[in-house]
Design a protein around this ligand. Sequence first.
Ligand SMILES: *Cc1c(COP(=O)(O)O)cnc(C)c1O
Length: 466
Amino acid sequence: MTLPSRPPGAGSPSLPEATPANLFPSTPSGQPARLNRRAFLTGALAGPAALAVSPVGRAAEPGLNTDPGYIGPAYFDEAERRALLEVWETASPFRYWGPGRPRQVQAFEEAFARYMGVRFALGVTSGTAALDCAMAALGIGPGDEVIVPAYTWWSDYTCVVQAGALPVFAEMDRSLTLDPEDVARKITPRTRAIIAVHLLGGPCDLDRLLAVARARGVAVVEDCAQCVGGSYRGRKLGSLGDVGIYSFQINKTITAGEGGAVVTNDPRLYERAVRFHDVGLYRPLFEQRTGGAREPMFAGENFRMSEPTGAVLGAQLGKLDRMVADLRGHAAALYAGLHGLPGLRLRHQPDPAGDIGYGAFFEVTDRATRDRCVAELRRRRVPASPPTGSVFLPAEEAVIAKRARHPAWPSFQTPEGRAMRYGADTCPQTAGLLDRFVQVRVGPKFTERVDRYLVECLREVCGTLG
Ligand SMILES: *Cc1c(COP(=O)(O)O)cnc(C)c1O
């Protein structure tokens, strides 16, 4: 059997096309097809959907749907329909004006801020746009450095480059999120921000990351795209750093297909994010929220959220607690089943109670064992894989080549930018973890019978690892 050569993130974030429903971000389009991926897909490891067609072994148990599916769309009902109908009936799909009185995006922002426990929320077109707003809010630009996890989604890298700043990668640890010790090592006098990404449903070690950042006068952006509804020590993710961002793309939790949000407690940061998202303008609604404008206008983009998006998200937000509770129940069942098995170590969880239960994650001794384990699990229709949905960025060709939209782009023209070396070997700890980790997804609508079946398979396959 041919398996993808390491690192798994190199060009092919694990197995995107195989199991789109298992991934956080959409499959990146325009990526060159990789031979190793094709070999991978035609080998024994096909996605759960493919295996459902021709089940093997234990998978012969009929009627069990082990495909995790998509989270938010599994909860679509009358609420989304009614909200969308209101937009349609009032013929007012634009947030600021129209023939009717548009109110969906505004209402969503206010409900989202309340839910997250922050003063201000801004709806935008995507999580990527939200990150660009966060960089603009913090005034990050040429000559600045931003620390980004080596394993995360592209947007955490592209927002830094789009700002003209230099991305500096830090290792992840056994939490599959930023290693605070490596972050401390990577801070220089030029570091302006750390993007703390709560990855694969699990919060980062915010106590340590915030302490490291505060001690050095560095801002913290919380990227909660893969952890919407998660918390850290009782506070909602996104509310602890200087700025929080979220994605509502279909592979996350609540969704309108696309969408994003920026939150903060700081009126100046909010104003700059708002201005950047709306060509530099600060409209009356926002002046009311922050008690007037404080910041001068500057050139921005148009990342305004539409009313249909706000309508769907408003309805979805009312179900977020239920989604998270459902996911947590299934993930807890899998973790309970894995507990005490020899030869594997469960993912480190900086705050297990705050994890949204995207799946169960564990580490085995080496790459060959991991690949065998994943193959055996998938043969039984268990939605297992290496970690998915992100990219091992320092190993990516476009990153190594420091390619931006223009050859003279400022990110890589400073002495530090010129001296910067990327490559898989610059983050060996992350590469090693990506080789050894197994991810088992859960679906929000799994039944107890599915949970029991998955645990049975996990104990059967993983029980022999030690
Ligand atoms: C999906 C994702 C984003 C970007 O969100 P989009 O809405 O797809 O632009 C950013 N960061 C992380 C960690 C993500 O998973």
